[in-house]
Ligand binder design. Structure first.
Ligand code: C2O
Ligand code: CU
Length: 510
């Protein structure tokens, strides 16, 4: 079945369907697909149900002092259900942060007000194929796409961004991205820092012209790196804090830049969560490596700091991320050190929270239970002088899969990725759509240890993941439990220029 055409509904069909839904009427032919999704919704009885209108279109934002920057941005409104499901991102081009609850049913009506096609992907959420934002579902300017899904994920930090083939990198660079935070009762019972003590920090890099406009210079080899670091859409970002414990949710929304986050004064990073939510126990690391697409949650207590103090969050030097890919004259190459942002202690506060010793219980899957435990699927990432960036030895094929890209629903599998960095040495952040997975182990080929050693202590493999850094010469073994949703899902490099160039493949769940 091809959802492509069925899901393309006009605005008029939408309003007809919405009217119908409200009145509990049957739907006519033109809105059949939508009726189907809303039909599910009407069967949900008293299950919480949220309807969100989300649009992508042009706008302006004050990114730096002086002239405003022309951007593309998501805007949204809640049509039905909790009004706090959308939190605006003040002073930022980022879209509203979508706040969902596990188990909730959500409809999102995506309006494409751009001048080119687009589609939205909910990065990290486990949703049916037709709600996943596959590029085959991209819609034309002026069209609307209706998503409907149940929030199957546990509490955690996810995000959303466009996913049209060959256009993703530029659309994200121009500003189209937003956070998506899921909460659940287990997490709520922990009493972690909330309100302004819970901060989403989106890391991106941009190059500006002399009039403060974004300059997008696509570099298909190394990906696009900006000269300036933005946090939540702002240059020179400084967050005023109280002498309290904070939950800091870092999201790398950059096209190609990898961050090696560390506190400027040498305080270890206390990691409490990863892509798929909380860890079982807090873990201390000297630094945290965050590749494009990845998230990490960090606990930071400013209790013993004094008012007036400023603490810098840095990105430390890394080796071996890229070599011989024309990055030589980059003002800020991938792997170069820089300051990310500052925390400015502005207020003394007596109250404090202690870090829970145990955050959650995770029921891990076991490698020995995988159907292919003796013969893992083996997938390479590499450059080919004729075909360009490849995954599984192939460029992207919108509707196709190879035999080794077909899996059964409800099965546990081991997948192994290897970065064959023979002609071109380049790190790739690999993202799988569909379920969150476990990272079983990592190994590196001789000759690549120097670069690997400069990042490996910052990997956050202790929790559920949907994106991981695959360093040159590195092999990463994953354990993935495929669930109930059948159909085509993507796995790809989250260096967005690589993705646009075709470093992306489908896998088919049957
Ligand atoms: Cu965040 Cu397929 O992407
Ligand atoms: Cu890549």
């Amino acid at each position: 079945m091809n959802w492509n055409d069925e899901q393309r509904v006009s605005r008029r069909d939408l309003f007809r369907a919405l009217g119908g839904a409200a009145a509990g009427l049957a739907f006519g032919g033109g809105a059949r697909a939508l009726a189907q999704t809303l039909g599910d919704a009407t069967k949900m009885d008293r299950a919480p149900y949220l309807q969100i209108d989300l649009a992508a279109g042009p706008g302006v934002a004050q990114v730096k002092p002086g002239a405003q920057t022309n951007v593309l941005r998501f805007t949204g409104s809640v049509l039905r259900g909790r009004l706090d499901a959308l939190a605006p991102s003040p002073g930022s081009y980022l879209g509203p942060t979508i706040r969902l609850r596990s188990g909730e049913h959500v409809s999102v009506f995506f309006n494409n007000n751009l001048t080119e096609e687009s589609i939205v992907h909910w990065h990290g959420l486990y949703v049916p194929h037709y709600a996943d934002g596959h590029p085959m579902d991209a819609i034309n300017p002026g069209s609307l796409y209706a998503y409907h899904y149940r929030v199957a994920n546990r509490a955690g930090t996810y995000w959303y961004h466009p996913h049209p083939h060959m256009l993703t990198a530029n659309q994200v660079y121009q500003g189209l991205a937003g956070g998506l935070i899921v909460s659940d009762p287990e997490e709520q019972a922990l009493d972690l820092p909330d309100g302004d003590l819970d901060q989403l920090l989106v890391l991106q890099d941009r190059t500006f012209d002399s009039n403060n406009q974004f300059v997008y210079l696509p570099n298909p080899m190394r990906g696009t790196l900006g000269r300036e670091i933005l946090v939540n859409g702002q240059a020179e970002y400084e967050l005023p804090v109280r002498t309290r414990a904070y939950r800091l949710r870092f999201l790398n929304g950059s096209n190609a830049r990898v961050y090696k986050l560390a506190w400027g004064d040498g305080t270890p990073m206390t990691v409490i969560g990863t892509d798929g939510g909380l860890l079982e126990f807090p873990v201390e690391k000297p630094y945290v490596v965050l590749a494009p697409g990845e998230r990490v949650e960090v606990w930071m207590d400013f209790r013993n700091r004094s008012v007036g103090e400023r603490l810098t969050l840095k990105s430390l030097a890394m080796q071996g991320l890229m070599f011989g890919v024309g990055g030589g004259n980059d003002p800020l190459p991938n792997g170069a050190p820089f300051d990310v942002m500052r925390f400015y202690v502005v207020e003394q506060d007596k109250e404090y929270r202690t870090l829970p010793k145990r955050l959650t219980t995770i029921r891990w899957n076991r490698e020995e239970d995988a159907v292919n435990r003796d013969k893992p699927r083996y997938l390479t990432a590499r450059w080919d002088n004729t075909l360009g960036w490849l995954l599984n030895d192939e460029p992207f094929d919108m509707y196709g899969t190879k035999p080794n890209e077909r899996v059964r629903a409800h099965t546990l599998e081991v997948w192994e990725f290897e970065n064959i960095a023979q002609t071109i040495v380049m790190a790739h952040p690999i993202h799988m759509h569909g379920p969150q997975f476990q990272i079983l182990r990592r190994t590196v080929s001789p000759g690549y240890t120097e670069g690997w050693d400069s990042v490996r202590y910052g990997y956050t493999d202790e929790g559920w993941k949907d994106t991981f850094l695959l360093m040159p010469g590195e092999k990463v073994r994953l354990l993935v439990a495929f669930g109930q949703y059948t159909g085509m899902f993507l796995y790809h490099c989250h260096n967005l220029e690589h993705e646009d160039m075709g470093m992306m493949r489908n896998y088919l769940v049957m």
